[in-house]
Design a protein around this ligand. Sequence first.
Ligand code: S3P
Length: 176
Amino acid sequence: MKSNIVLIGFMGTGKTVVGRALAKRLNWQLVEVDSIIECLMGKSIADIFQCDGEVCFRELEIEAIKKTASGEKQVIACGGGVVLNTINIDRLGATGVIVNLVASPGIIMKRTSDNQGSRPLLNIDRPAECIKELMKLRKPFYERAADISISTSKLNIDTVVNKIIESLKNYEGFNL
Ligand code: S3P
């Protein structure tokens, strides 16, 4: 029986805000994988990318996911690149239902433009092009990993939360 809800999706699809609202509604613990890594390293994700490099970040991400996946009754908000390493999805999928949040490139651009500095992959000259390119590259990874997909472009947070809960009620093998 699975007993975690795992939120995946590109940067700016709403994993953190939806995760927070969903955890509150269910009275479950919210686990933000990026926050675990920041606490462990004592520095921001942007600093980890800059000082230690993306490869180091991905290794830390694998370790953080391994620990988190062994818990239960958690809403796990993942970083956008978690799908790039299959081992992460195998571990998360073994104990949780994987919910893929989707949004259009335009919406993602709008949502991420306020705090680009905190997102090292978008802290570049032409983020709009990078978003489109990266999204295209990653789309099959998100789709392959997903048990459920929800588009958040036109929905408010509560509606997304309701949709997730509705989908999970009908999900066989999940303990809500
Ligand atoms: C990343 C997404 C970020 C963070 C890191 C790398 C990615 O998380 O993990 O900057 O590769 O898509 P958010 O999706 O929460 O912004």
